[in-house]
Design a protein around this ligand. Structure first.
Ligand code: BES
Ligand code: MN
Ligand code: ZN
Length: 504
C-alpha cells in the first residue's frame, strides 16, 4: 500500500462491520414477549385493534395515529416491554413492499431496543412471503455505518421475531433464511460504499472479494496492473494513470451444482473515488459522495455472496473494474486516445466520464467468455439523478426480455427501475474525428449517451444497464433505505440471477 493516511488505519478496522453485525441477529417466530424489550402491533385502517395495546381506535386517533403505512406511536407503559403501534394502511392493500416499510418503521421507532417482536396478526399476503418482507425491512431499516465512530449510541438489532396468523414455524424459519441471504447482499454493498476512500482502495476491494468468495462459495481472480497491461485493458489503465494506487480487475465466478441454466455476466463500475481527474469536479457536497462511485461493483459483490445460498441455477461471472480517478502529473488527459481490450480506440473528451471507460474493457471480456447475457450496474451519470431522482434508477436494454427481467426483479425487491429508451439517434454525438468513438455525448440525455457508449462494446449480447447514480445513497432514513449508501441493486441483481435461465 502506498504511504498515505492508510498507514494510520488501525489493524482492527473492520472492513464489513454491517456483515459482522448481521451474524449476531436472530430472526424468528417466538411470541415470547417476556424476552422482548419492545413489542410492535401492526394496525390496519380497517382491521381490529389488538386488545394488548390497551387502547381502542378512538384513543389512537386522539393521539394522532391514523394507521398510515409506516406511522408509529409509542404507548407509554410503567413496566414490561415498550408497546408500539405500527400503521399498515388498508388491509387489502397490503404488499411485500408495504410490509418491508412497516418493519423498517417499527425498528426505527424502537431504536433504543435490541430485542423486538412484531405482531402482524392477519394478513392477505402469504405468511412466508410476509415474514420475509418484515425481516428484510427490519434488518435493513436498522443498519447504520458506525465503524469509524469511537463511541456510538446506535443499538444494533439483536433479535427480531414476527407473529403472523396462520404462519407455521417452519415457514417463518424459511423466510428468515431467505431474508438473511438477501439483506446480506445489500449490507455488503452498503458497508463497501460507506467506507471512506482512504480506507478502501482497489487493492483492498480485491482482498475483501477473495475473503467473501471463500466464505460464500465463489472463486475470485485478481488482475493487477501488469496483468491488465497484458490483457490490453486500456480503459481501466487509462483512468488509473493519475493514481498513486494500483488498479484491480476482480473477476468473480460462481458455478451451480449440476447443469447450469445459462451463463449470466455481471459488470460493476468500481471507481473507489471519483475526483473527475483532470476534468476536476467542483468541491460541492456532491464531491463527498464520490467515495460511493464503486456502488455498482459493491452491488455485484454483494449479490455474489447470495448466489450459492439462494441456490441460483445459472453460472454467473462478474467483473469489478476498480480504480480511483485522480488528477496528477501522470493523469490521462483530454484529447488522449485509449485503446480498449479488443482494439477499439476511444478519444477522451472528458476525464470525468471515466465510468464508461473502465466498463468497456469488462464488456469486451464478458463477450469473450461467451456469456448468454450481461447486466451491468454503475453510478454512471449525474443525468440519471436529474431525470429520475433518488428513488428510481434508469434501466436501458437492447432486448425486451432483458428489460423485463430487470424490471420484474426490481419490483420484487423494491429497488425501483424505470426503462429509458436506448435512442440510437443520439449515437452520432459519440463520434470522434480521430478515434473510433469518444467518451462524451452532448448536453442532453446524458444517461442515454452513456448507455449508447456501453452498447458499442456490448454488441448483440442481450444486455441490461442500470444507472444507479441517483439511487446509490439516501440523505435520510426512508423505508428499507437507511441514510448513507443504500446498497441499491444488490438484492435486485441477486433476484435477477435467480430468475435467469436460457431456454435450451
Ligand atoms: N460518478 C459520476 C456520476 C455521478 C454523479 C454519480 C452524481 C453519483 C452522483 C460520473 O463518473 C460522472 O462524473 N459523470 C459525468 C459524465 C459527464 C462528464 C459526461 C456527469 O454525470 O456529469
Ligand atoms: Mn466521473
Ligand atoms: Zn464516476
Amino acid at each position: 500500500m502506498s504511504p498515505n493516511a492508510n498507514a494510520l488505519i488501525p489493524e482492527t478496522f473492520p472492513p464489513l462491520p454491517g456483515l459482522d453485525a448481521l451474524a449476531e441477529v436472530a430472526l424468528g417466530s417466538s411470541s415470547d414477549h417476556g424476552a422482548a424489550d419492545a413489542v410492535g402491533y401492526v394496525i390496519t385502517v380497517d382491521g381490529d385493534v389488538p386488545a394488548a395495546l390497551g387502547l381502542d381506535r378512538d384513543a389512537l386517533a386522539r393521539a394522532g395515529f391514523e394507521s398510515k403505512v409506516g406511522q408509529t406511536l409509542t404507548i407509554p407503559t410503567a413496566e414490561g416491554p415498550a408497546l408500539i403501534a405500527v400503521g399498515a394502511g388498508a388491509s387489502e392493500e397490503q404488499t411485500e413492499t408495504n410490509l418491508r416499510d412497516i418493519a423498517a418503521a417499527f425498528v426505527r421507532a424502537a431504536s433504543t431496543h435490541g430485542d423486538l417482536v412484531l405482531e402482524l396478526g392477519a394478513t392477505e399476503v402469504d405468511a412466508e412471503t410476509a415474514a420475509r418482507a418484515l425481516f428484510e425491512g427490519a434488518v435493513l431499516g436498522r443498519y447504520k455505518y458506525t465503524a469509524l465512530k469511537t463511541t456510538s449510541t446506535h443499538v444494533p438489532l439483536h433479535s427480531f421475531d414476527v407473529t403472523i396468523d396462520g404462519g407455521v414455524k417452519e415457514a417463518i424459519q424459511r423466510a428468515a433464511s431467505a431474508a438473511t441471504i438477501a439483506v446480506r447482499a445489500t449490507i455488503v454493498a452498503r458497508d463497501l460504499a460507506n467506507t471512506p476512500p482512504g480506507h478502501l482502495t482497489a487493492t483492498n476491494l480485491g482482498d475483501i472479494a477473495v475473503a467473501l468468495g471463500e466464505e460464500f462459495g465463489f472463486s475470485v481472480e485478481l488482475f493487477d496492473k501488469a496483468d491488465l497491461i497484458g490483457l490490453g485493458c486500456g480503459g481501466l489503465l487509462g483512468v488509473n494513470q493519475g493514481s498513486a494506487e494500483e488498479p484491480r480487475m476482480i473477476k468473480l465466478q460462481y458455478r451451480p451444482e449440476g447443469r447450469a441454466t445459462g451463463h449470466l455476466g455481471l459488470v460493476g463500475k468500481g471507481i473507489m473515488y471519483d475526483s473527475g481527474g483532470i476534468s476536476l469536479k467542483p468541491s460541492d457536497p456532491m464531491h463527498l459522495l464520490m467515495k460511493m462511485d464503486m456502488g455498482g461493483a459493491a452491488a455485484v459483490l454483494g449479490a455474489f455472496t447470495g448466489l450459492r445460498d439462494a441456490g441460483v441455477g445459472a453460472q454467473v461471472t462478474g467483473w469489478l473494474m476498480a480504480t480511483d480517478n485522480m488528477p496528477s502529473g501522470t493523469s490521462y488527459k483530454l484529447g488522449d486516445v485509449l485503446t480498449a481490450r479488443g482494439g477499439t480506440t476511444v478519444e477522451v473528451k472528458n476525464t470525468d466520464a471515466e465510468g464508461r471507460l473502465v466498463m468497456m474493457d469488462a464488456l469486451v471480456l464478458a463477450n469473450e467468455d461467451e456469456v448468454d447475457a450481461i447486466i451491468d450496474i454503475a453510478t454512471l451519470t449525474g443525468a440519471a439523478l436529474v431525470a429520475l431522482g433518488g428513488a428510481t434508477a434508469p434501466v436501458f436494454a437492447n432486448e425486451r426480455w432483458m428489460a423485463r427481467l430487470a424490471l420484474d426483479a426490481a419490483a420484487a425487491t423494491d429497488e425501483p427501475l424505470w426503462e429509458l429508451p436506448l435512442e440510437t439517434k443520439y449515437r452520432r454525438q459519440l463520434d470522434s474525428d480521430i478515434a473510433d468513438i469518444s467518451n462524451l455525448g452532448g448536453p442532453f440525455a446524458g444517461a442515454t449517451t452513456a448507455a449508447l457508449f456501453l452498447a458499442h462494446f456490448v454488441g448483440e449480447t442481450p444486455w441490461a444497464h442500470l444507472d444507479i447514480a441517483g439511487t446509490m445513497q439516501s440523505e435520510k432514513d426512508d423505508s428499507w433505505r437507511s441514510s448513507g449508501a443504500t446498497g441499491f441493486g444488490a438484492r435486485l441483481i441477486l433476484e435477477a440471477a435467480k430468475r435467469f435461465s436460457i431456454p435450451s
